[in-house]
Design a protein around this ligand. Sequence first.
Ligand code: PMP
Length: 353
Amino acid sequence: MSRFLKDRYKSFQSYTPGEQPQDQEYIKLNTNESPYPPAPEVIRALNETDLEKLRLYPDPTGRKLKEKIAALYDVKPENVFLSNGSDDILNFSFMAFNDADDNLIFPDITYSFYKVIAGLHDVSYREVPLKEDFTIDVDGFCSDTRSNVVIPNPNAPTGIELGLDSIRRIAEAGRDRLVLVDEAYVDFGGTSAVPLTKEYDNILVSQTFSKSRSFAGGRLGFAMGNESLIKDLELIQYSTNPYNVNRLSMILAEASLDADDYYKENSMKIQKTRQWTASALESLGAKVLPSKANFVFASVPAMSGQDLYSGLKKRGILIRHWNQPRIENWVRITIGTDQQMEKLAEAMKEMLK
Ligand code: PMP
């Protein structure tokens, strides 16, 4: 820490991303990336890109990409916001819509970045505990009708989905508060709340190309909602980083939207592998939560979460574990290819012998 850092950041706890080892090959099941490569259309688009154009700034409005996203989700381009990964949307929306004196509410077991961004912008927040079975306490979100809400759907790291009727109830309970639905994992069998954004001007949906579109390294997120919400996000974008999406990512993301069938097929494969993985883990005595995401959340009674994580790491497999109350004996395992998941099951069998 330098002597120049502002006092308020001196003890600030930033977000800890999952490990990204650069010099050792692991079976990487720790950060919910896709095990499948981007579509051939994306590779072709990259090869055909005139790199000479990289000297020019990208289109800050992202018009062409917005038009394609809008067509796919049956909204208007004015209802679409583009960002550098969906983490950026969280950041921009916390900046735009939440204040120090009004509350933001989110589940107690959820994406840990919410707390960090809230802290960064001095937003006061309250955590609504998940129920005993790790489902979201919808009544808990409805009884507080004033606080803005952020909910991942499906939730992370549990993978459990909340039905659209519940999202509707939460939005309806307080029409003057904003409900941000973080749909980073919606493409693996979940149902999107995008159609609700036409009916509710207090629902904003964020999605990402990182998971289902095999594009975590390309950093592209997008939000959909009422035109006025999108304008508010753009106010923040143009006040922080007008060129928040780079030229190459924009071109490749457009190409990936032309290959929607390819990504849908991959999602089906991942859902099938998820089913296989859950059964394999259960046959080893694990509890596995019902997941609609590209990961499963599991607990093995015979072994602590930490030991499971370290034992697998020694065997060349990376998964995610949090030393946090209620979930210290649980681990999150990204769904990889069938072969990767077979190796995981073999390694666990050996560890449990
Ligand atoms: N929301 C949730 C719930 C996530 O798990 C992640 C990935 N860590 C994100 C948003 C952000 O993903 P990205 O910035 O890659 O779009």
